[in-house]
Design a protein around this ligand. Structure first.
Ligand code: ACO
Length: 386
């Protein structure tokens, strides 16, 4: 290392910091990804114990309060969520002011931020479970309001009698959904509610650790989720499958994509080095819920992509991730592609807020160190001499 380069970090050998791979950033009892085994656990429950058995609100209670609710507690939570779905007028006015072609994730980020400004009364204290409920209940309302406004339709008043999956679809599409539509969405919301120290959750915890407010933490988390390396992949999976179009095109399409160093959306994961258990559950749901031709195309694309990735990236252990079959399931539920990632945010708003509560309950400012690799001995040169 030259004398012009920082040497402070040389005292202790530091791990390669790029992407914080393998770095433990916080302690949590909420959820954990066992990457080698392909297991996901929420507060002690394997995801297979919950998916298809517990409703989304039960899982929200589990994450926020630490245990599954009894019937009276679940009824109470339903009532609280139902009573908190209304949006204040300044939030609606903010959404109305956005151009119709605004990406729904941008509208959500703006809407959550506006909610914090408009409802300072609700979100001005140290985040607590009541704030988590108040925010999570309004995330679907923000998305549904924008979804209708961009079509020139009036937002629908929420229905407190419906559960989250039903109410979200009702507010989006204007009809109380039948079981075929809301039940797979409910399972999807359970599967996506939390996922260890993922990028958006880390973002939320960093913001909460500064003693900022819940809406700020969730605004940041929405921004992090939007990127295609995190939650922004499922609509791109749909784009990919639509571009491929037919089983006969799968091999040439994938070959061309990999020859030009493109990432195949819906494959690979930082932590899973085995199949993502959520992908396995979603595959079964997609088979039951989606159009058979679309499922056949998805399945062939998956099989060929896995084979080609294994051949071209030996040792990388790239498997199907949650996003691949999310696309088929959410399309079957009746959602357009650009609402896939926002619907992920409906689920994850519960996990994010649970992490914020956990962070503030035992807070220490999250402020890591960096390995400085720049020069340290430059002299100022007046602008006329540069
Ligand atoms: N397609 C092609 N190659 C891939 C893919 C992929 N989907 N994923 C990883 N690789 C390759 C990389 O090119 C790299 O190869 P190299 O070492 O020969 O250069 C190697 O596998 C390791 O990749 P990294 O980028 O180091 O892995 P990282 O852990 O940083 O990335 C990520 C994980 C971002 C999910 C990655 O697998 C990816 O880009 N996947 C596609 C996007 C996607 O599906 N995102 C959703 C993730 S799930 C979620 O967040 C909810």
């Amino acid at each position: 290392m030259s004398s012009a380069t920082a040497t402070d970090a040389t005292a202790t050998p530091m791990p390669r910091p790029e992407g914080l791979e393998g770095v433990v950033a916080a302690s949590t009892a909420l959820s954990h990804v066992f990457g080698e085994e392909g297991r996901l656990v929420y507060r002690g429950y394997d995801i297979h114990e919950l998916a298809g058995h517990a409703r989304f609100e039960e899982v929200a209670h589990l994450l926020w309060r630490g245990r599954l609710p009894n019937q009276a507690e679940l009824d109470e939570l339903h009532g609280q969520l139902g009573a908190n779905r209304d949006l204040p007028e300044p939030v609606l006015a903010t959404l109305r002011a956005l151009p119709a072609d605004t990406a729904p994730m941008d509208a959500l980020r703006t809407g959550v931020s506006a909610l914090g400004a408009a409802h300072g009364d609700l979100f001005d204290e140290v985040p607590d479970p009541a704030e988590a409920i108040a925010l999570a209940a309004r995330v679907p309302s923000i998305l549904a309001a924008f979804f209708r406004l961009r079509q020139g339709l009036a937002p629908l008043p929420p229905r407190p009698d419906l559960n989250t999956a039903q109410s979200y679809l009702y507010q989006l599409l204007g009809e109380v959904p039948d079981d075929r539509h809301w039940q797979p969405l409910d399972v999807y919301l359970v599967l996506l509610a939390d996922h260890g120290m993922n990028a958006s959750t880390f973002t939320a915890r960093v913001i909460a650790s500064t003693q900022s407010d819940l809406c700020s933490a969730i605004t940041g988390a929405v921004g992090a989720l939007k990127g295609p390396l995190h939650g922004g992949a499922p609509s791109k999976v749909l784009d990919m499958l639509n571009e491929i179009g037919a089983v006969a095109n799968v091999d040439p399409w994938l070959t061309r994509a990999l020859d030009t160093d493109q990432r195949l959306m819906g494959f690979g994961h930082r932590v899973y080095k085995a199949e993502d258990p959520r992908a396995e559950i979603l595959r079964g749901m997609a088979e039951r819920a989606s159009d058979p031709a679309f499922f056949a195309l998805s399945k062939t694309t998956e099989e060929r992509a896995l084979a080609m990735l294994a051949e071209r990236k030996p040792g990388r252990r790239l498997y199907t991730n949650v996003e691949f079959y999310s696309a088929a399931v959410l399309a079957a539920v009746g959602l357009p592609g650009d609402m896939f990632t926002p619907t992920f945010a409906v689920a994850r708003s519960v996990g994010w807020s649970a992490h914020v509560l956990e962070q503030v309950a035992n807070n220490r400012l999250i402020r890591p160190q960096s390995a400085f690799v720049g020069p340290t001995d430059k002299r100022f040169v007046p602008i006329a001499e540069r």
